[in-house]
Design a protein around this ligand. Structure first.
Ligand SMILES: [Zn+2]
Length: 404
């Protein structure tokens, strides 16, 4: 992946062992690590010793191992490494610090990105310094030291289009100031930490992976509901990015609904129903919410949802239509990817879920492509999935066998 060379086998084996231990936070016997990794007992034993020396893994007593001698139980030390995640979203800028199992240990929600990326980078660096100070006060981080001594690195999640390899935001929609911005280089310069960049959709799916939301062998389709809607796919524990990190851009997928012609020339594209701006424009046109250009998107959406919950038929229909359009798109995507599981999340899904999910499910699972038996669930990672995912991108690059 990105800029890395072929790893030597020793590092890869170490990643395989660490991953096996990490995926079982309650502890795993060394004998089972041997079975799961396919490595020799001797190799696992050497690697485990190194991981213990580095403080990433601890022993946790012993467990009976058939008729053989009891096997040592190993467990990850979640706080052994902290990583920063930055979610650049048109509506917000979130900075989190997560541990090795992608749990948030500290967080700052900042004002949305502005027109001056340089200023935004300064705000991010200041937030990281403040979080570092907070964690030192709590005794989580050792007193003194710089950011590089406290955090392994920074992952950045942003809307497409971007160049993940070069670490540059190219032309993200709804972030007009952020065109051709080398965000990775700028953050490295401002913080002294290594950084990586990827799309918000890929980041969110990586967060689910690190949080253990699905077994790594499953094919998983993730639907990200934010300012726009996007998708990501993982199989065998790897997120598929496509040739230019543009995989999963589904905003112009035709839904087959009876709708208007889109700017792209097709009819009834998904984004016409699911972009937050489109949904809010519909709500304003029907007088459901005030026409206040200064209102935050999340507040305006919450108002529409509130009206829907209170029984307003027009508000309910707008949100149900969001679900219906997404369900139609999923029907197509299920046929293409044949996933075991679909996870839906992103900053606005928590708001829309209650009124959108029933129609989404009904449409997505309509027969037409055979019974795939796919499970559709909502993300349990909440509104910060983008920022948690951003940090997970860095964990993935540093610590996952698939990320090498
Ligand atoms: Zn279109």
């Amino acid at each position: 992946m990105r800029g890395s060379t072929m790893p030597d086998l020793g590092i890869r084996n170490e990643m395989v062992v660490l991953q096996a231990i990490r995926l079982r936070p309650e502890g795993i016997s060394q004998a089972e690590v041997v079975r799961r990794s396919g490595l020799s007992r001797q190799a696992v034993s050497q690697i485990v010793r190194r991981l213990i020396d580095r403080g990433l893994v601890q022993t946790h007593g012993t467990r009976a191992n058939g008729r053989g001698k009891p096997s040592t139980v190993l467990a990850i030390v979640p706080g052994a490494q902290l990583t920063a995640g930055v979610h650049l979203d048109p509506a917000h800028l979130t900075v989190v610090i997560v541990d090795l199992v992608a749990r948030v240990v500290a967080k700052r929600a900042l004002e949305a990105p502005g027109d001056d990326p340089g200023q935004d980078v300064v705000r991010i660096a200041q937030a990281l310094a403040a979080l570092h100070a907070e964690l030192q006060e709590q005794g989580v981080c050792t007193p003194g030291g710089d950011l590089a001594s406290a955090f392994a690195g920074i992952g950045v999640a942003a809307p497409a289009g971007l160049d993940a390899d070069k670490g540059v935001l190219l032309d993200p929609p709804w972030l007009p100031g952020w065109r051709n911005v080398p965000v990775v280089a700028a953050l490295q310069e401002a913080t002294g930490l290594p950084a990586v960049l990827d799309k918000d959709t890929n980041a969110a799916l990586t967060a689910e992976k690190w949080a253990g939301s699905f077994p790594p062998e499953e094919t998983v389709l993730y639907i990200y509901v934010g300012a726009g809607v996007g998708s990501a796919v993982a199989g065998d524990g790897t997120v598929h990015r496509g040739s230019t990190t543009q995989a999963g851009e589904i905003g112009h997928l035709p839904t087959g609904l009876d709708g208007p012609v889109c700017a792209c020339g097709r009819r009834a594209c998904l984004g016409l129903y699911t972009d937050a701006s489109a949904l809010l424009a519909g709500a304003r046109a029907q007088g459901l919410i005030a026409d206040d250009p200064a209102a935050r998107v999340v507040d305006a959406l919450a108002e529409v949802v509130e009206r829907g919950r209170a029984g307003d038929a027009a508000a309910r229909e707008l949100i149900a239509r969001h679900g219906r359009a997404l369900g139609e798109a999923l029907r197509t995507l299920i046929g293409i990817h044949d996933p075991h599981r679909i996870i839906i999340g992103g900053p606005y899904w928590g708001l829309l879920e209650e009124l959108a999910l029933p129609e989404l499910r009904e449409r997505a699972l309509r027969s037409g492509g055979g019974d795939h038996g796919v499970r559709i669930t909502s993300s349990t990672l909440g509104d910060d999935v983008g920022a948690i995912g951003a940090a997970s991108l860095f964990l993935e690059r540093e610590l996952s066998p698939a990320g090498r």
